[in-house]
Design a protein around this ligand. Structure first.
Ligand SMILES: [Zn+2]
Length: 581
């Protein structure tokens, strides 16, 4: 009885927090756009005169046509609105969020004109009191897919709202250049470039509001699509994506230190470990970059698949979508300027979430910015990686399923169990990092692979269509091969797994595999340094299957550490992990 009361209480609390006004909660200003997102349309209505839907046309087209100058001019214009705070002016034609969103909308109209009117702009409006304003609007531009039988949409998005030190300050200069004119400019540029091509799936380009106050623009849209039954294949959020300069206080996993430069790495943050569809999508995005683009680019990029869903203590628009069970990830630059802790004792001197997040510096005193904080070529490379991932996901086949038929000495035999009509498949093997060790091509639906000597392997498969493009990868299956240390067959049925990645970024995933569903009072992971001193203790839940905890060790912690699984106060098993940064 007590439990029921508790449940009822938390449910009413939930209703109070999500206080959209009755009746007018959500509105897409063009009803046709809503029907397209639902998949209720005739693709011929939006057909291009020349249909360019081959993966090479799309990849090469994005690579050649995404333009650093175009990104730069978008950012200069966004900065010119001076303050894009969620609560800022919506009536002025030159200052505030309202002026900025009308300009974005007009740009989407321009891109549509350049592409046979195939891109459909609209506002997504929601009623919620944020920074004293009752009604807010995201801007969307929808490119209808050429195959409306698969109704899943792909969203490329970034937030446009900016802020100063005070959350709802609408009087300050809040140009929000790194955070997040960069993401806004990227989404706009991809809308311009990608609208020339045709994709099976509908692609939605979205610029959100109210991210800084609590991800409200993304949250409202995630609520809206769920309510309407609009299906989502994947969401790519872009936030803080063009800066290359490290601040003093960047949130972990952070950059090496003040003024360090990195213009060749981008980070993909997403939720989960084993069997996370978000991480599978991050790996797919990286694979498509490696296979479709890397041989042709002038500056190769490192795509880092991060362990955590976001930087420590930070969040972004991908989170509400993940919470609604949609596949979602975040693109963020390797280096960022600040941790946004604007109330830090002793002061906060970095740029993020301050009035200093501006275009750059005037180094020769002629009143013109000549040294930019954002690298437009770097932003352009990130836009290409983004567009290519979304483009390939929007044309690829359906994901297969598979079973492991036999495990030999370092070999595994698999059979495709759904979507069996393709001539080729991919088989991916992952052992100790967030990325695949190997991706093989399978001929037919049965094949045997040699997998190395590691004790455990995370396997998944994808289908390949006749153009050579992969579907998204299936769920992972965990196997243990006899030649390795057979951890899973221990009598207790509990194994502490090697942390992943090891060594890698500033957080790592520690997993405990439980074979049988036994009952324990309490379990934890204890971390000790090289002198045996305990530095952290984290509770871990032990249910049947893989149980994971994320350990954030921060940038400075290098060396060898030991982690120990403790059950009901007793040490069960220990392993070593290396932090090498
Ligand atoms: Zn941001």
């Amino acid at each position: 009885m007590k439990k029921n009361i508790l449940l009822f209480f938390s449910f009413s609390l939930f209703l109070i927090v999500k206080s959209y006004s009755q009746g007018t909660a959500f509105l897409v200003t063009d009803p046709i756009v809503e029907q397209v997102m639902l998949g209720n349309y005739d693709p011929l209505t939006y057909s291009a005169t020349v249909v360019l839907n081959h993966p090479d046309s799309i990849s090469q087209g994005i690579l050649q046509r995404v333009n650093a100058d175009s990104l730069k001019s978008n950012i200069l214009k966004l900065a010119s609105f001076q303050n894009r705070n969620t609560g800022s002016d919506t009536l002025s034609a030159t200052r505030g969020f309202g002026a900025a969103r009308n300009w974005v909308y007009s740009q989407f109209q321009q891109y549509s004109l350049q592409n046979e009117n195939r891109l459909l702009p609209a506002f997504f409006q929601f009623d919620q009191v944020i920074c004293n304003i009752n009604r807010h609007k995201n801007i969307i531009a929808v490119l209808p897919g050429i195959d409306s039988t698969d109704k899943r949409i792909i969203i490329i998005e970034g937030h446009m709202d900016s802020r100063c030190e005070v959350l709802c300050d609408t009087a300050c200069v809040a140009q929000g250049v790194e955070d997040n004119a960069t993401g806004t400019a990227l989404v706009m540029e991809l809308a311009r470039v990608m609208s020339k091509y045709s994709y099976n799936h509908t692609i939605v380009f979205m610029i959100t509001t109210s991210e800084e106050q609590g991800l409200f623009g993304a949250e409202a849209f995630a609520d809206y699509v769920t309510l309407k039954g609009i299906q989502i294949k994947a969401v790519q959020n872009n936030d803080v994506i063009g800066g290359i300069i490290c601040g003093n206080t960047s949130s972990a996993p952070s950059c090496p230190g003040l003024n360090d430069i990195d213009s060749t790495q981008v980070r993909l943050f997403s939720s989960g470990g084993f069997n996370s569809k978000h991480k599978q999508y991050a790996r797919f995005s990286k694979l498509e970059y490696k296979e479709e683009l890397l041989p042709y680019v002038s500056v190769p990029m490192t795509v880092s698949i991060m362990s955590a869903e976001d930087r420590t203590g930070r969040g972004g628009d991908h989170i509400p979508f993940r919470q609604h069970n949609y596949t979602a990830l975040r693109y963020t630059s390797a280096n960022e300027h600040g941790n946004a802790d604007v109330t830090a004792v002793g002061g906060y001197f970095d740029r993020q979430h301050s009035t200093r997040d501006t275009l750059g510096a005037d180094t020769n005193g002629d009143m013109v910015v000549d040294s930019f904080f954002v690298d437009f070529n770097y932003l352009s490379r990130n836009a290409v990686i983004n567009g290519n991932a979304a483009g390939m996901a929007a044309i690829g086949p359906k994901s297969p399923d598979f079973t492991v038929v036999a495990i030999g000495l370092n070999t595994v035999e698999v059979t495709i169990a759904a979507e069996t009509g393709y001539a080729y498949y991919r088989f991916a093997d992952r052992t100790s990092t967030n990325d695949w060790d190997s991706v093989y091509t399978m001929t037919g639906i049965v094949d045997t692979f040699i997998v190395g000597t590691a004790a455990t392997h995370y396997l998944s498969v994808a289908a390949i269509d006749t153009n050579g493009i992969e579907s998204l990868f299936s769920k992972e299956i965990l196997i243990s091969v006899p030649n390795g240390i057979n951890e899973l067959k221990k009598e207790e049925g509990i194994s502490l797994m090697q942390n992943k990645p090891n060594p890698f970024d500033e957080s790592t995933i520690i997993s405990v595999y439980v074979d049988k569903g036994k009952k324990y009072k309490e379990a934890c992971i204890s971390i000790t340094d090289s002198r045996g001193k305990e530095i952290k203790r984290m509770p871990v839940e032990l249910v049947q299957g893989m149980n994971e905890v994320i350990y954030e060790h921060g940038y400075g912690a290098s060396g060898i550490f030991t982690y120990t699984l403790m059950i009901d106060g007793k040490a069960v098993e220990s392993r070593k992990m290396i932090f090498a940064n």
